[in-house]
Design a protein around this ligand. Structure first.
Ligand code: PLP
Length: 441
């Protein structure tokens, strides 16, 4: 028998209501809570709130808890490490567990070149800040190119690369100068794979002819699958041509795999789907790396990561407890969870497509592995974005015990833990389908 969500109270229940009131009284109003879930405890793909309501989680804490909530091996690694050494600043001193995870990531074929090195931070934004600084340091150039729709984080450098929502920039300027946003390929809206590749690469070439001297560009930052922008999967040819363009002009290619990395797409790095000739110079990752402990990594070949002691560092980056969680996570990913993401991801995508693909409000079901989006439109001809319908569906799904998130202006994303099984994928599809049919009726 499949496990289903259990709802014991109206949502939010009385205890959840109290927790929400306490939180809203003292926390920053800038947080974006789309629905009133209070997480009390969780395991695998299931979350229980303080009133005993049980939810099926298709968010994994925004694509973070790769091994599922509270995986036994991750919990044990955290507990053991916490009892032995919690902190000693890996910037100033050495400890074994940091080298263990650095070794795994450096040998994961993350970037081009024989030998890689790893810099540790605490968040995706920090990894991207580090990549920006290294790119300038290495090339002696100042400019960057990023993409419309991209999300790279909210610190000043990362925010300057981000091209996602105006709210994220409003009243925060001036941002970093010298950053130009190019069009990201969107096969659905730009006439298919070939045309969208031509359009996006053509736009960069046009920038190089007109406003952005290519010999001043330090790096191009790109998500190999655009995450917050709508889980848009670019054609492989786009990454190939971008790589070639970078080589032509001596520009570093940086892949932000903060969301797409750590096995989520069914391969360790999403760019592996596109082939060796798309390998980046620098790769950033975070989210799934330590199953929920705050850790990020910036990886580059040792020929590029040649900055001098003191050039860049962080007190907490690469904390021992986070590194221990990351080692346990990495080994679980390699021991079957990446394969499971490929297998169950394909199953979930097929199930969703069969169930809602023909619905007039569904323009696309897409993704790789367990990075899947359903794009909602007012009609399939105009492809006008159905943002309100999307928001309604996310809210209604919560009311039915299914946790979803939006991405892009009009997509629902499925980014569950990589431990998802077929039964859970079927239950999620059933609830989503019912909610979609009711909301779009
Ligand atoms: N890069 C990508 C692709 C992301 O999806 C995110 C977060 O959603 C970030 C960077 C920023 O990560 P963080 O919120 O850990 O700073």
């Amino acid at each position: 028998m499949s496990r289903h969500p259990v709802l014991r109270t109206p949502l939010p229940g009385p205890k959840a209501k109290e927790a929400i009131a306490r939180s809203e009284a003292t926390t920053s109003p800038s947080y974006t809570r789309d629905y009133p879930l209070v997480a009390d405890h969780a395991h695998g793909c299931w979350i229980t709130d303080p009133d005993g309501n049980e939810f099926l989680d298709m968010t994994s804490g925004i694509a973070v808890c790769a091994t599922g909530h509270t995986h036994e091996k991750v919990v044990a690694a955290i507990q053991k490490q916490a009892a032995e050494l919690i902190h000693m600043s890996g910037t100033d001193f050495y400890y074994e567990v940091q080298a263990q995870i650095a070794d795994r990531i450096a040998n994961s074929r993350a970037v081009r070149g024989e030998k890689a090195r790893v810099y540790f931070g605490n968040s995706g934004a920090e990894a991207n800040e580090a990549a920006m600084k290294l790119a300038r340091y290495h090339t002696g150039r100042q400019r960057f190119i990023a993409f419309l729709g991209a999300f790279h984080g909210r610190t000043y450098g990362a925010l300057s690369l981000t091209g996602s929502k105006v709210r994220q920039r409003e009243r925060f300027g001036p941002l970093l100068p010298g950053i130009t946003h190019a069009v990201y390929p969107d096969p659905l809206r730009q006439g298919g794979a070939e045309a969208s590749t031509r359009f996006a690469i053509g736009h960069i070439q046009e920038l190089f002819r007109t406003t952005v001297p290519p010999n001043e560009v330090a790096a191009i930052f790109v998500e190999p699958i655009q995450g917050e922008g709508g889980y848009i999967v670019p054609p492989d040819a786009f990454l190939r041509e971008l790589r070639a363009l970078c080589d032509e002009h001596g520009i570093l290619l940086v892949y932000d795999e903060v969301q797409s990395g750590m096995g989520r797409t069914g391969k360790l790095w999403a760019w592996h789907h596109a082939g060796d000739d798309t390998a980046p110079d620098i790769l950033t990752c975070a989210k799934g790396i330590a199953s929920g402990m705050p850790l990020s990594a910036m990886v580059a070949s040792d020929k590029i990561m040649k900055w001098l002691p003191g050039s860049h560092a962080s007190t907490f980056g690469g904390n021992p407890v986070c590194c221990a969680a990351a080692v346990a996570t990495y080994d679980l990913l390699q021991d079957g969870l990446i394969d499971n993401a490929a297998k169950i991801g394909a199953f979930l995508q097929k199930t969703l497509r069969e169930s809602v693909g023909d619905h007039p409000a569904v323009a696309d079901v897409r993704g790789r592995g367990l990075m899947i989006a359903v794009e909602l439109v007012k009609d399939k001809k105009s492809l006008a974005r159905a943002s309100e319908l999307r928001n309604q569906i996310v809210l209604d799904a919560f009311e039915e015990g299914l946790l979803l998130l939006g991405c892009g202006p009009n997509c629902v994303r499925f980014c569950p833990a990589l431990v998802l099984n077929e039964d859970e994928a079927v239950v999620a599809t059933q609830i989503f389908t019912d909610v979609l049919r009711a909301a779009a009726a």
